[in-house]
Design a protein around this ligand. Structure first.
Ligand SMILES: Nc1ncnc2c1ncn2[C@@H]1O[C@H](COP(=O)(O)OP(=O)(O)OP(=O)(O)O)[C@@H](O)[C@H]1O
Length: 306
């Protein structure tokens, strides 16, 4: 379990993490989402004792990271996969970590096998691909068989097989009763992997809820409509404040109106429909709504720069 209480970090005059209070429970994968610069890495660094909070506390199993004699046996983390000694082999890197935390050398071979790096273990980490570096970082996190695991963008640079492997690894670690806290910008992946989500924006907590609640909270209704003569319907929907976008010949995607309202309007106008189907909210849509006011580095929409 990880407990954050009033966790705050200021750099100079800027507060990058604002009083975060939340609990990350064992037995679940908790996704950690937020736009670039939201404060995710800073929060994770404070949990790992790499940055000192300006105020508040970050506790792992009720203790500060610095209080652990063998921290790798309590919390394993992948923060920056590139933070490796380039001249050291993958095996030597893990052996040094194991030695410093009283972990038997045999465990190094186990985690190398778990992440699929046994054959590459003698190569210098400096020649590892991005994906191999991620796998080595994950091996390091697993090394001490810790009850709490934290991963910052673990699928970065992994091929589709690797992405799927990470998803299954996270799920199995949580199923073993461990606390799994994982940040990602890949919404479709998070939707498949996480049980709960913590969303922050500009350092502030925006949501802390089961993924199903976050999906249900997405307020924008979307309805797919098919029919042979939709022009009138589209014009009336637009006049009522909804958006009706043609997605294929004889097909509209209506945003901002419920299926019931679209169906009744079509009936009043005498417009025959071949399909009227509410569309599920995706995590990406729910996330965009949640963070709309918190995006700091927004690029102009492609339409706007033409
Ligand atoms: N050592 C530092 N000194 C000054 N500002 C910092 C420092 N570290 C982070 N920041 C600032 O804190 C803010 C939060 O950064 P952080 O890396 O935690 O965000 P993030 O949510 O992990 O972003 P991303 O998704 O882009 O990785 C940013 O504005 C960043 O510039």
């Amino acid at each position: 379990m990880i407990n954050l209480s009033g966790l705050t970090k200021r750099y100079g005059g800027t507060t990058v993490v604002h009083g975060l209070t939340l609990t990350i429970e064992p037995g679940l994968v908790t996704g950690f989402l937020g736009p670039n610069g939201a404060g995710k890495s800073t929060t994770m660094r404070m949990i790992l004792g790499l940055d000192r909070p300006t105020a508040g506390t970050a506790l792992v199993k009720g203790r500060r990271y610095e209080e652990f004699r063998h921290p790798l046996r309590e919390i394993g983390a992948l923060l920056d996969a590139k933070a490796l000694h380039p001249g050291r082999s993958g095996r030597a890197h893990l052996l040094a970590m194991a030695r410093s935390n009283g972990i038997p050398a045999a465990r190094v071979e186990e985690v190398l096998a778990t992440v699929g790096l046994s054959d590459a273990a003698r190569k210098r980490a400096g020649v590892y691909s991005l994906g191999m570096g991620q796998r080595l970082g994950i091996a390091g996190a697993l090394l001490g068989d810790p009850g709490v695991l934290m991963f910052d963008e673990p699928v970065n640079g992994l091929d589709p097989d690797g992405v799927r492997w990470v998803r299954e690894l996270m799920r199995s670690l949580a199923a073993e009763g461990r606390t799994v806290f994982v940040s990602s910008h890949l919404m479709s992946e998070m939707e498949l992997t996480a049980d709960r989500l913590v969303v922050i924006g500009k350092g502030r907590l925006l949501a802390d809820a089961p993924i199903a609640d976050i999906l249900a909270g997405g307020s924008t209704h979307r309805v797919k409509v098919r029919g042979p003569h939709l022009r009138d319907l589209a014009a009336h929907l637009a006049a009522e404040g909804a958006t009706a976008e043609p997605t294929a010949p004889g097909e509209l995607l209506v945003t901002g109106a419920r299926a019931e309202a679209v169906g009744e309007l079509a009936h009043r106008l005498g417009v025959p429909l071949h399909e009227l189907s509410p569309q599920d909210t995706t995590l990406e849509q729910a996330y965009m709504e949640l963070t709309a006011d918190s995006v700091e580095y927004a690029a102009p929409h492609p339409e706007a720069v033409r």
